[in-house]
Design a protein around this ligand. Sequence first.
Ligand SMILES: C[S@@+](CC[C@H](N)C(=O)[O-])C[C@H]1O[C@@H](n2cnc3c(N)ncnc32)[C@H](O)[C@@H]1O
Length: 348
Amino acid sequence: SAAALVAASLLGSADHFTTSWEARCDRSCAASSRPKRGRSMRVRSGVLCPLLAVGSMAMAQAPKPKGDAIFDSIERMQARIGRPWGRFLDAGTGRHSLHWISTIETEAWTAVTAAQEMAVQSRDSVRGAMREQDRVVVGNWDDDTFLEGETFDVILADYLIGAMDGFSPYKQDLIFERLQRHLAEDGILYIVGLEPIPDSGAGAADVICEVRRMRDAMILLAGHRCYREYPIEWIYRQCRRSGFEVMESLKFPILYSRASITRQLDVGRRKLPLIRSRHGAATALALSQACDALQHRIDDATNFSKVSPSGVTADTRIRFGFDYVMVCQRSGRRGKDAEDVVKDAEDV
Ligand SMILES: C[S@@+](CC[C@H](N)C(=O)[O-])C[C@H]1O[C@@H](n2cnc3c(N)ncnc32)[C@H](O)[C@@H]1O
C-alpha cells in the first residue's frame, strides 16, 4: 500500500545531501540565512507509490537541476506526476521559496507570510519576475476567513510548520485541514521541514546540539519565541489524520560546515543587546563568553585552521540530521482514515 511504501521511505537510507541549517529561529525570519542546499550526491533508488509511478514517468521530461536539492527534487516529482504547476500557493513564503517559484511555469502564484517584513523581502527577491497575476499576501492561517474560497493546484509548505510557533502557536495541527481546504480536487501538497535536532549527538556532531541549545536559550532570554520543528513521523501522522494520502517522502541528510554552525551561534549572539537590557550586563557577558567557548568547540569539531598534508586548510563537514519533503494528495477516504487513527490511539 502507499502507506507501507511511505513507511519504507521513512526508514529508508539517505538520498541527498544538503548543506543547510536554517536560521529559522528568529521569530520574524528576518535573520534567516538559508544557504543553498548542496547538490544531490546520490540518486534515490525510488520509493514511489503507484500514483506517482503510473504512466507519467515516460512522458515526463526530467527538469534541469537548479542547485537546490529540495526544490530540484520537487520539480522532478511534479514532472513524474505529470501535472502542470497551475495555480500555486506558497503557504509560508520567503526569499528562497519565492525565488524558486518564479523560475517554474505557474499560471499564477500566491505567496503568504504572516510578517510584513518577510513580504517586503519576498517581493524584492522576485523583482522583475513578478507578473500581474502573482501576489504576496500578508495574513495568518489562524484567521478562518483568510483566502476564503480560494483553491490551488499545488501548495508548498516550505518550513511553514516549524515557523508557526512564532505566529499562531499551538495551532500547528490545524494547518493540515486548513491547507486541504485550499487544495484543488487533484492538487498536490509538498511539505518541507527540518527533523528536530536531538539533545545530543555522537562525536563531532554533539557541538551542533550544543549550539542549538545555546541559540534557543538566548532567543528565549531575549523574550522571543523559538521555532519548533516537527519530526517526519509527526507530519506523516497529521497528514493521514486530516485525510491526505502521502504519496512519497524524501530525506535530505545535512552536511554542517563551520560556517553554517557558526551562523546559528550568531543568531544567539545577535540577541545579546536585548539580553543585556532584560537581564543585565553580567548575564550578557557570561553568555557572550559561553558563545566564544562554543566557537572553539565548533572550530575543533570541523578541524578549522588545521592544515592538511596537501597544504589546504581543512574544514571538515559533519553529517547530521536531515531535512524532508512529504508529497500528499487528497485521499477521498477521510472518514475511514480518521476511524483507523482513532482505533489505533485507543489500542495504545
Ligand atoms: C521559515 S519562513 C519560510 C521560509 C521560506 N519558505 C523561504 O524559502 O525563505 C516561514 C514563513 O511562514 C510564515 N508563517 C508562519 N506561521 C504562519 C501563519 N500562522 N500564518 C501565515 N504565515 C505563517 C512566516 O511568516 C514566514 O513567511
